[in-house]
Write a protein of this length. Structure first.
Length: 57
């Protein structure tokens, strides 16, 4: 494991009152899921499965 910072920030918030997790990738893409494993696979699969904000057509 590297100790050097990458500058990439991944954020997962739990939506209170639900079982929903809302993730924001370092590129700005967002995703919601109930399964934490699904959420981390989506985030760590960058860039497959999501596009940065402003690049959607």
């Amino acid at each position: 494991m590297s100790n050097s910072p990458t500058g990439e920030i991944y954020r997962i918030d739990w939506l209170p009152g639900t079982d929903v997790l809302h993730g924001t990738c370092h590129c700005g893409a967002e995703h919601s899921a109930q399964d934490p494993v699904e959420m981390w696979e989506w985030m760590l699969g960058h860039p497959e499965g999501h596009e940065p904000r402003g690049n959607a057509s």
